[in-house]
Every structure is written in structure tokens, then in C-alpha cells.
Design a protein around this ligand. Structure first.
Ligand SMILES: NC(=O)c1ccc[n+]([C@@H]2O[C@H](COP(=O)([O-])OP(=O)(O)OC[C@H]3O[C@@H](n4cnc5c(N)ncnc54)[C@H](O)[C@@H]3O)[C@@H](O)[C@H]2O)c1
Length: 389
């Protein structure tokens, strides 16, 4: 068993998820690495917060407000960093330059320029495993669709839809936070936030957006701060992208071909609490999965001469990395995070090679395609036309 000392920078929503997942890392039964959380860093490290993290990880030796102390800890091999987008370039490059393997959060740089700076730092240290967090590809429904893509079961893909929908911002009285301000969240708005999560699976499948027509909406333009004063809320709330997309060459389709992909990233989608979905329509089969019905995969395969009917398959918790849970138990959000962190630490142990194509985390080069797409989407919205990616 390879033991690995780990540091955590950013003790907000995702930092807590990370500590919780590491505490139950032994749920993963078939993984030859044992991460141990030894250092935590948060800008607002209050005693109560520190107590909570220590209760999750009694192995913590260092708790600090200065991320440099984590990065200079000689025994720490890997860090997970979950901080606002305007800090990604500074902290991620510092982590890479200090020689730590890095799982950074999406969008992996506040904009394309910051993303290029992070990728350049990673290119200088090819021995390090540098990856971007996005857990949805590890959901059993997404994995099943990935297997179908791998085996060519869909035939020629005719169309696909991907999306991530929230309703939390429907309430205009919801207080503003850094995710609703361009200075800290970035000009992409919802695309850099929810949008990035739609991309790992199609990019890993070899799909490439060729051009995009984007329709972006800023629905709530101001929100109250903590004192109740209205502040500008200058981020895009909802984004709908139509992308002409090129499929990878495969045994099924020897020539390159194109098909439409629709991506929706909405913070204001009434009735949708946290719905990530994918639908793939092919000439031989189709499949649809949404976290709204997390245990269900919808499948349609065509048999000549027979009526077409969608079938509904219960998924259970079969995923890339087996766990102590019985396969019949249903899967959840924190299970997907555990799978993703399992994938990252296994890639560290295996020097960057995932056990299979869809069992690896989002790479810096894949995030670059996301940045190219979202930058083109902003231009498309500005100019009201289709823009090459
Ligand atoms: N994978 C997912 O599903 C998912 C979900 C939500 C957010 N995210 C991403 O995670 C990242 C963080 O988001 P969050 O929701 O946890 O935000 P958050 O606001 O809850 O937490 C961010 C934390 O960073 C801390 N911080 C700020 N500057 C710091 C510094 N210099 N040093 C150390 N700590 C600092 C803040 O005090 C705060 O506690 C973002 O990149 C976001 O896009 C990912």
C-alpha cells in the first residue's frame, strides 16, 4: 500500500467534502494508495472550523492561514486546492513549482490566460500529476454511457445534450457571494462554474467542439450583500451553447464526422436542484442519464422490424473503483467525489496513467478545450454569431 501525505488549501464547501471523503477513503476496496491529510490551510481559519477538520482527520499536523506553509512541508506529496477562481493561477502554479502533485478545482484558471499560465507551469514539471476536479464522469450512469461510447454501441452519433442545472439563484434576495461577481468568478459566469462539469466525459470520448453559437442570459443583475445593500451581480446566470462537434475516429466510423451538441449551464432553472445530465442519440442506440433520477439509466436500442421503446435500467453503485457498498445500493454526490479522489490518488501512484480511459481525472489540456469553448461562447454572445472554437 502506497501511503501519501496530502495537504488541503481552501476550507470552504469543497474543502469540507474533501476531508469527509478522505475520512472514508477505505470504502474503496481496490486501490493501492492510502492518502493521509496532514495539513490544512484556510484564509479564515477559526478554532471551530479547525476542530471540525481535526475531527475528520486526526492526522493533521499543520493548520495555517498561509498556503506557502503547506507547499513547503517536505513530506507532503500532493495537494487539493479549492479556492475562488481569481486565485487559481497563483496557487496552482505555486503548488506545481513546489513539486506537489495537484488536484485543482475547475475552471482551472479564471480565464483562458490564467489557464495557459497553469498549463505552462505543469508542462515544466511533467513528472507531477496535475489534474482538474470534476466528479460527474464517475457517476454510474455516466460510466455506463462512457462504456457504450468505448464499445461503439451507439453507432454513428447523431446528436448529444449535456447540462448542469440549478434553481438556487431564482430567489433575487439570495445574498451575493464571490461566485456571482465577475472579478472573482470570471467573465464566463455560469459557464466557468457549472459549465465546466459538462465537458470531461465528451472530451475524454474524443469529441471536439468546432464552433459555437451561445445564448447567455444575465437574469438577476443585482443582489444584496450581507448588510442588505444591493450590489451588481455581473455574471451570466444561464448559458445555452449549440456546438458543431467532431467525433473521434473509431472502429465504427473510420471517417471524421460532425454532429450537434447542446450544452446548458443554468443557475436559474426552476425545479432543478442539482441536475447534471447527458443524452446521446445514435444510429443504433440512444441513452439518457440525469442525477435527477440518479439510479436510472434510460436506454433505447433499435432492432429492425420491432417497435422502438425506451428501457429503464436500475444502476446501483457499480463504478470505476469498487467500494464496500453492495452493488445494489444507490449512488450519491459524495460517492462521485470519492471516486474522483480515488482516481486522482491512483494516477499519482501510477505516475499519471489511469487504469482505463474513463477512470482518469480531467487533464489540463482538456480544460484548455473548455476555456477555448467558453471564450468563443462569450464572443458569440457579444457578436450574435457562430464563432470558431
Ligand atoms: N467539484 C464540484 O462539484 C465543485 C462544487 C463547488 C465548487 N467547486 C469549485 O471549488 C472551488 C472552491 O469553491 P467552494 O464552493 O469550496 O468555495 P467556498 O467559498 O465555499 O470556499 C473557498 C474557500 O477558500 C478560502 N480561501 C480564499 N482565499 C484563500 C487563500 N489565499 N488561502 C487559503 N484559503 C483561501 C476561503 O476562505 C473559503 O473558505 C472553486 O474553484 C469552485 O469552482 C467545485
Amino acid at each position: 500500500m502506497r501511503r501519501l501525505k496530502v495537504g488541503l488549501i481552501g476550507l470552504g464547501m469543497m474543502g469540507k467534502e474533501f476531508a469527509g471523503a478522505l475520512a472514508r477513503f477505505p470504502h474503496l476496496t481496490d486501490i493501492a494508495v492510502e492518502p493521509e491529510l496532514v495539513a490544512i490551510c484556510g484564509r479564515r481559519l477559526q478554532p471551530e472550523l479547525e476542530r471540525w477538520f481535526r475531527s475528520m482527520a486526526p492526522t493533521i499536523e499543520l493548520a495555517t492561514r498561509d498556503y506557502r506553509e503547506v507547499l513547503s512541508h517536505p513530506e507532503i506529496e500532493a495537494v487539493y486546492i479549492a479556492v475562488p477562481h481569481n486565485l487559481h493561477a497563483e496557487l496552482y502554479t505555486a503548488a506545481i513549482r513546489s513539486g506537489k502533485h495537484l488536484l485543482g478545482e475547475k475552471p482551472f484558471g479564471i480565464d483562458a490566460e490564467a489557464n495557459a499560465v497553469i498549463r505552462a507551469a505543469a508542462a515544466e514539471r511533467p513528472e507531477l500529476v496535475v489534474r482538474c476536479a470534476s466528479q460527474f464522469m464517475f457517476l454510474p450512469g455516466a460510466q455506463r454511457i462512457a462504456q457504450m461510447l468505448d464499445s461503439g454501441e451507439f453507432g454513428r452519433i447523431m446528436e448529444a445534450e449535456l447540462g448542469f442545472l440549478h434553481c438556487s439563484d431564482l430567489d433575487p434576495a439570495k445574498p451575493i457571494n464571490w461566485k456571482r461577481q465577475a472579478a472573482t468568478n470570471g467573465a464566463y459566469g455560469v459557464l466557468g462554474d457549472l459549465g465546466m462539469h459538462t465537458l470531461p466525459l465528451p472530451l475524454r470520448a474524443g469529441w471536439r467542439p468546432v464552433d459555437v453559437r451561445a445564448l447567455l442570459a444575465d437574469i438577476v443583475s443585482e443582489r444584496p450583500d450581507e448588510q442588505g445593500r444591493l450590489q451588481p451581480c455581473d455574471t451570466w446566470d444561464n448559458a445555452t451553447l449549440l456546438c458543431d462537434t467532431e467525433a473521434a475516429r473509431s472502429s465504427e466510423t473510420s471517417e471524421h464526422y460532425r454532429f450537434p451538441v447542446t450544452i446548458r449551464a443554468h443557475r436559474i432553472a426552476p425545479g432543478e436542484l442539482n441536475s447534471w445530465y447527458i443524452k446521446v442519440i445514435g444510429t443504433r442506440a440512444s441513452a439518457a442519464f440525469s442525477t435527477k433520477e440518479i439510479n436510472s439509466l434510460w436506454l433505447l436500442s433499435y432492432e429492425p422490424g420491432r417497435k422502438q421503446a425506451w428501457r429503464w435500467l436500475d444502476l446501483g453503485c457499480e463504478s470505476c473503483f469498487p467500494t464496500v457498498s453492495a452493488p445494489s445500493f444507490e449512488f450519491g454526490f459524495s460517492d462521485a467525489l470519492l471516486q474522483m479522489w480515488g482516481a486522482f490518488f491512483e494516477e499519482v501512484a501510477r505516475r499519471g496513467t489511469p487504469r482505463s480511459r474513463f477512470a482518469g481525472c480531467f487533464t489540463p489540456d482538456e480544460t484548455a478545450v473548455g476555456h477555448a469553448l467558453f471564450s468563443a461562447a462569450l464572443q458569440s454572445q457579444r457578436e450574435g454569431r457562430v464563432v470558431a472554437v
